[in-house]
Design a protein around this ligand. Structure first.
Ligand SMILES: *[C@@H]1O[C@H](CO)[C@@H](O)[C@H](O)[C@H]1NC(C)=O
Ligand SMILES: *[C@@H]1O[C@H](CO)[C@@H](O)[C@H](O)[C@H]1NC(C)=O
Ligand SMILES: *[C@@H]1O[C@H](CO)[C@@H](O)[C@H](O)[C@H]1NC(C)=O
Ligand SMILES: *[C@@H]1O[C@H](CO)[C@@H](O)[C@H](O)[C@H]1NC(C)=O
Ligand SMILES: *[C@@H]1O[C@H](CO)[C@@H](O)[C@H](O)[C@H]1NC(C)=O
Ligand SMILES: *[C@@H]1O[C@H](CO)[C@@H](O)[C@H](O)[C@H]1NC(C)=O
Ligand SMILES: *[C@@H]1O[C@H](CO)[C@@H](O)[C@H](O)[C@H]1NC(C)=O
Ligand SMILES: *[C@@H]1O[C@H](CO)[C@@H](O)[C@H](O)[C@H]1NC(C)=O
Length: 478
């Protein structure tokens, strides 16, 4: 850097000596130099340098190329010694044995201003993988052996296998295969104004979706002023939900409360839950410039500030991906049985998927897998940083959902472990009770309707105040 500055001064003097060079140029160069000296980066903060100035200098000063600073990464932090969150321990579970179902527990968040101040200036390192691009197939090839869709493409088993072989530069299937831009003639299409809005979201995004008019729109609460100004809250809805919201008069402009409503057309799947996996797992394709995201299922209400959640579950943990573990099950085989018993998907498809994974080496969870604490996530919330490796993770996870059943808790550990065998993926699996600290589950609309009908007789005379019945506790079954 110092050398470059010397060189510039030398050139300045040299040209200053020539009479043909106008005063203007000299003063322009001096101004530029002065600015550069003033603002030129020193040491670690080198990425703060002023791009405008840099390109101006680069372009106009006689072809001198300034040194490109090495990439700088966020490498984690620890809270100061003695910080109360350092030896924060969970209180013992309630002794009341009748209330042992899933419940929330305390979480040591930082005050929201402190969390905001700790937002990393640089991205986390993405081990090995630096350049991730997505496969575009104007002409869909259907020689995939089984599974796949016109939306996700039909990757062959060889392509699947190759996609787990992490390289510096990779191109993988990641939904939206039929178009150059995700959301424009790809299926899951959105209006240009919405696509532009999403492109412009460069910091934190909180996203959710309601398809099939299944849920009411839950407003986030405990959101700081700063978050209201800086966080993008995107709620994806389908046309059916839009119709219901419009006819009830709740959707007038583009927003409902904090949520910017984004209407999705041409949903690629018949099953709303499968469509829901698109914004959940492919959010980095919809909001390509965002740095961090929090996904919450439509049935959930957010109860904490996004920066506090990011600080607690990502930054403080040096993780690029955080998801809660299932409150009870940590073994994929048991999870599959539970899914079958609860009729979440047809038995044969679940068995096929499990058999496929077993042949690839999936084993029941045992403590030998520590420090991995569970193979089964509770995937209704995903907190992540958008860096190539975490983007690859959710692309490949989506591809499993597209090839096999849509039960993403069955495929999670297979994708995670294949990646972990190659790179140091920083996944934080936190407690289900911690998740319940910052989201609360509302009943689906049809359950609310049943509840309302049940209590109708009692409401004959004085009509009850128009409020939603608050569920005592989220239902355990899932
Ligand atoms: C870079 O410099 C220009 C002109 O001096 C200024 O307008 C702009 O805000 C600066 N950008 C940053 C990121 O400092
Ligand atoms: C500087 O100029 C070179 C060559 O003209 C170009 O490749 C590079 O992108 C420019 N860098 C910036 C920061 O404008
Ligand atoms: C965070 O992870 C990076 C690697 O991704 C590592 O270099 C760094 O030391 C870690 N920081 C802490 C505090 O553990
Ligand atoms: C936290 O740990 C420090 C020393 O490790 C101890 O002195 C302090 O009492 C602990 N605080 C709590 C609340 O346990
Ligand atoms: C990333 O990969 C794509 C496709 O392989 C390639 O066209 C592009 O030049 C690469 N970009 C960088 C920065 O290496
Ligand atoms: C698309 O597929 C058809 C039929 O397989 C083939 O004739 C055509 O050349 C393909 N087009 C491109 C651009 O690959
Ligand atoms: C799958 O990929 C691995 C490398 O990641 C390779 O060793 C293996 O031969 C591949 N298997 C198949 C069936 O392609
Ligand atoms: C599916 O499997 C579950 C659990 O193994 C079993 O209880 C159920 O009867 C099966 N359903 C059918 C249709 O076979």
């Amino acid at each position: 850097m110092a050398k470059e500055k010397e060189k510039l001064i030398y050139l300045m003097c040299k040209f200053a000596g020539r009479k043909k060079i106008g005063v203007l140029l000299i003063s322009a160069i001096s101004t530029a130099l002065l600015l550069w000296l003033l603002y030129a980066p020193q040491g670690e903060d080198s990425q703060k340098e002023n791009q405008t100035l840099k390109s101006w200098l680069n372009g106009s000063i006689l072809g001198i190329t300034l040194p490109i600073p090495p990439p700088t990464y966020f490498l984690g932090y620890s809270l100061p010694p003695g910080h109360p969150c350092n030896n924060f321990t969970l209180p013992p579970p309630p002794s009341d044995r009748k209330r042992t179902g899933p419940r929330p527990c305390p979480v040591c968040y930082l005050p929201v201003e402190e969390a905001i101040a700790l937002m990393p200036k640089f991205p986390s390192p993405s081990p090995v993988l630096e350049n991730l691009t997505y496969i575009y197939e104007g002409n869909l090839s259907r020689d995939g052996e089984f599974g796949g869709s016109d939306f996700g493409g039909y990757p062959t088993l060889k392509q699947r296998n190759d996609s787990f072989d992490i390289k510096q530069s990779m191109s993988v299937h990641c939904g939206f295969v039929r178009g150059i831009k995700a959301g424009r003639n790809t299926g899951f299409d959105m209006d240009d104004a919405d696509l532009l809005e999403m492109d412009q979201c460069r910091g934190v995004v909180v996203a959710s979706a309601i398809f099939g008019n299944f849920d009411d729109i839950n407003q986030p609460s405990h959101i700081s002023e700063y978050s209201m100004k800086t966080v993008c809250f995107f709620m994806f809805i389908d046309e059916e939900t839009e119709k219901a919201l419009t006819s009830s008069g709740r959707l007038r402009g583009k927003n409902i409360g904090l949520w910017r409503i984004i209407v999705v057309h041409n949903l690629p799947y018949a099953d709303p839950r499968r469509n829901g996996k698109i914004p959940k797992l492919l959010l980095h394709r919809l909001v390509p410039n965002a740095r961090y995201s929090i996904w919450i299922d439509g049935k959930l209400e957010l109860l904490a500030d996004p920066y506090q959640i990011l600080e607690r579950f990502l930054w403080r943990k040096n993780a690029t991906f955080a998801i809660s573990k299932h409150y009870k099950r940590f073994d994929v085989f048991l999870e599959a049985e539970a899914n079958k018993a609860a009729k979440k998907y047809d038995n044969a498809s679940i068995d096929f998927q499990i058999e496929f994974y077993k042949n690839e080496g999936l084993t029941p969870y045992t403590e030998a897998k520590l420090p991995i604490i569970s193979d089964v996530p509770e995937g209704c919330v995903i907190v992540r940083e958008h860096v190539p490796i975490s983007n690859l993770f959710t692309c490949l996870w989506f591809n499993e959902v597209d090839r096999f059943t849509s039960r993403d808790q069955i495929s999670f550990s297979t994708v995670r472990d294949k990646l972990l065998s190659k790179v140091d993926l920083h996944v934080n699996m936190f407690l289900d009770c911690e998740r319940r600290n910052f989201v609360v589950q509302k009943y689906h609309k049809y359950v609310l309707a049943i509840l309302a009908r049940r209590r109708a007789p009692a409401a004959l005379n004085p009509p009850p105040p128009p409020q939603l019945p608050v569920p005592p506790r989220p239902p355990a079954a899932r």
